[in-house]
Write a protein that binds this ligand. Structure first.
Ligand code: T1G
Length: 704
């Protein structure tokens, strides 16, 4: 039974029980409607409380029903019945009241919220707008500006903020059902506050227009936030019923949009990514104490992520001075939340005490997992892993955070390769959700499962991949970044390329990112690879090399592809001249490239390499590639990721783009056989079964 009524006095308790998150599936909608009717029909009942069993209040519409023809009764009609009920109905919110869940609460006559609960209208994150009155009831309850903020951002609101906004009436730290019953009792016989019948509070129109403009700017190509803002505006312009009708129509239009389809795919992929078929049933090794080697930028970020995830952490550095610097770095990462009040001093002290930093390597001896985040130098790794091989306790998992070196070689140094995996975090490691869990040729399944389990406990997204140069993300970057550089040689300037890709939806273009990350890292890598580079391969990093020769390493030196007076990214004529000079030296007649060409060819390079990564068995599924690009490289989530987008566009068109790319960028960009094959057979990346793209003698298989 999805919805039941319990009663021992004049207050009826309506309990929704629809695991895992009490989504408003058809049975729940019908059950709620029936419950409202029963409450109103029963003379012994004077009021009702609507709450949920399990860990959360209603977390929204049932995503599994999306895109299918909607079944009766519709949620807006159910909620109208709640609002119109002659007897008071009070929402008892615990866990998360999201989307249709919060809308249900908004239709009630009062809301009681547990102190640790969260509420929000996250529909825009699925490319949608609230579809059951959220955009119309919320402004009437909390005012236009707060409603605009909540609806357009999709952010979750904590209890205290919800209370001060007037979004809920009572916050309790004890039993939320008891408090809701008390609230319901108070309302018996009173005039009920029905959100849909309230006047929309007056609002400063100039401020509202400015806030709307801000929403459009932040959306970077995503449709839903601006549309949602328009619906909030309609709340003050239209009668309630007309506002509701417009909201409903818009909701269904967006449900059919490519952007919503892509964002729903991303939602599902984020949950699917950690489920790897061959690790099914493999128990991870227990981990409580984690060692981190190195307290540089990466090491400190990893240590903070681990402490935040509840682990005891031992950080090891090489000297007393490095220990001091490491402590400062680690404390520095908690300084901001401490200052903003997100972290209390007591919490800070507690966290601080869980990260023990020392110069004593033997502190790692009893750790269950040890993550090496030292210099990217094979000799350094050799030293560390051979020492770890002798020191670490039997059964400890040894992980390297290398982004560029061969995990199999590193594993061999330890003398216990079955215990070794890669855990490639992205910078800043305490913020970025992506972790590439690298399965070496001899990694044992339970060591890999341990990497996945730890990443999940850190609330990160683990993508399991095999060993190859750059793994998934950096390997793809190494292929598409040169295309961006080739556009410079052909006639574009850095701001043209960045502008084209930012217009595409990337948070930052590649040259702006490079200034942020530092040009020196890629420069060192190019120098390292110079000796083995195929002389016939087109080399497009000459401008980058010259910038590095000038000591322009990006923001940290105040100049790179741009200059940063007052911290603001500014075009530098020196760079424009340098780009033009290099074009001339190489004999290119400069001509401008339309933004669309830049976007299509860069995307083609990503998709092509993604297909090769799949065919080599480096990852098992197209969604693995998409998660890396969306969560590690700013690929717009509303496009789903390169592989999803390729399927949506059609692989024949993509193949034509890759052929154009080869003509532009040279033979290194030969179309992947897999794309040709799928284009011929009418297949898609998404339909490939896990591992299907890879021949059985793939790299990963052959290393086993
Ligand atoms: N529908 C169906 N299944 C859902 C679901 C949903 N809305 N939300 C989560 N699940 C599944 C999820 O796939 C996973 O299953 C399991 O629940 C646990 O989730 C008209 C119509 C609620 C905060 O956008 O934000 O309302 O993968 O692993 O970390 O306006 O899930 O294990 O098989 O994420 O504890 C608006 C989306 C919908 C909320 C829980 N609602 N969900 O997080 O566990 S639009 C949302 C979440 C709408 C109306 C429209 C989170 C969570 P499985 P989990 P969690």
């Amino acid at each position: 039974m999805s919805v039941s009524i319990r009663r021992h006095d004049e207050i009826a308790l309506v309990i929704i029980d629809n695991p895992p998150v009490n989504a408003t599936s058809q049975a729940v909608r019908q059950g709620l409607l029936d419950a409202v009717e029963k409450i109103n029909a029963d003379p012994a009942v004077k009021a009702g409380v609507i709450g949920c069993a399990g860990k959360t209040f209603i977390a929204g519409g049932d995503i599994r029903e999306f895109g299918k023809p909607p079944l009766l009764p519709h949620l807006p009609d159910v909620l109208q019945a709640i609002e119109d009920s002659g007897k008071p109905l009070v929402a008892a919110i615990h866990g998360t009241a999201l989307g249709g869940g919060l809308e249900t609460a908004l239709a009630c006559h009062a809301r009681v919220m547990a102190a640790d609960a969260l509420v929000g209208l996250p529909e825009v994150k699925l490319g949608l707008v609230p579809g059951a009155g959220g955009t119309q009831r919320l402004p009437r309850l909390v005012g236009m500006l707060p409603a605009l903020d909540l609806v357009a951002s999709g952010r979750q609101v904590k209890a205290q903020e919800a209370l001060s906004l007037g979004l809920v009436d009572v916050v309790v730290s004890g039993d939320v059902f008891e408090a809701a019953r008390a609230q319901a009792r108070k309302l018996i016989g009173k005039d009920l506050r029905r959100a849909g019948r309230l006047e929309v509070p007056a609002c400063d129109q100039v401020a509202f227009a400015a806030a709307r403009a801000q929403v459009d700017k932040k959306a970077r190509g995503q449709i839903a936030p601006g549309v949602a803002a328009g619906l909030v505006a309609a709340a003050s312009a239209l009668p309630f019923a007309e506002g509701i009708a417009r909201e409903r129509k818009t909701f269904f239009e967006l449900m059919r949009s490519d952007q919503s389809r892509a964002l729903r795919y991303v939602f599902a992929a984020e949950r699917e990514v950690a489920r790897v078929a061959r690790l099914e049933g493999v128990a991870p090794r227990p981990v409580e104490k984690v060692g981190v080697i190195g307290a540089g930028t990466m090491g400190a970020g990893i240590a903070v992520a681990l402490v935040d995830g509840g682990y005891d952490v031992r950080v090891v550095e090489t000297s007393a001075a490095a220990v001091d610097a490491g402590v400062q770095r680690i404390e520095g990462l908690w300084a901001r939340p401490l200052k903003s009040g997100k972290l209390t001093q007591a919490q800070f002290d507690q966290k601080r005490a869980r990260a023990y930093v020392s110069a004593d390597f033997s502190a790692l001896a009893d750790c269950d997992l040890i993550i090496e985040a030292a210099f990217e130098d094979m000799a350094v790794k050799q030293d560390i892993f051979s020492r770890l091989g002798a020191l670490a306790r039997p059964g400890a998992v040894l992980a390297t955070n290398t982004s560029a070196l061969d995990v199999n070689a590193i594993a061999a140094f330890s003398g216990r390769a079955a215990d070794v995996i890669g855990l490639h975090f992205f910078s800043p490691a305490h913020v970025m959700r992506l972790v590439e869990v690298v399965e070496g040729g001899r990694s044992s399944a339970d060591a890999v499962a341990t990497g996945v389990a730890v990443a999940k406990r850190l609330k990160k997204l683990p993508v399991v991949c095999g060993v190859c140069d750059g793994f998934v993300g950096n390997r793809m970057l190494a292929v598409w970044r040169p295309v961006a550089e080739m556009f410079l040689e052909a006639g574009a300037l850095p701001q043209d390329v960045d502008g084209a890709l930012e217009a595409y939806g990337f948070a930052m273009g590649p040259f702006a990112v490079s200034d942020l990350a530092g040009l020196d890292i890629a420069w060192a890598r190019r120098k390292r690879l110079a000796a083995t580079r195929d002389p016939n391969e087109r080399y497009a990093s000459t401008v980058a090399d010259r910038l590095c020769d000038l000591g322009r390493f990006g923001q940290k030196t105040g100049a790179g592809w741009y200059v940063y007076p007052d911290g603001k990214r500014t075009i530098d004529p020196v760079v424009s001249e340098l780009v033009e000079k290099v074009s001339a030296e190489k004999g290119f007649a400069r001509k401008t490239s339309p933004a669309e060409d830049i976007q299509r060819l860069v995307r083609a390079a990503m998709i092509n390499e993604g297909a090769k990564i799949l065919s080599e068995g480096i990852v098992g599924r197209a969604l693995d590639v998409d998660m890396v690009l969306v969560h590690g490289y700013g690929y717009p989530a509303w496009r789903g990721g390169p592989m999803f987008e390729a399927d949506a566009i059609g692989l024949e068109c993509i193949l034509a783009d890759i052929e154009a790319l080869r003509a532009f960028a040279g033979p290194a960009y030969e179309p992947a056989a897999l794309i040709q094959q799928l284009a011929d057979s009418g297949g898609t990346f998404g339909e490939l079964a896990p591992g299907e793209a890879a021949p059985k003698n793939s790299l990963v298989e052959s290393l086993r």
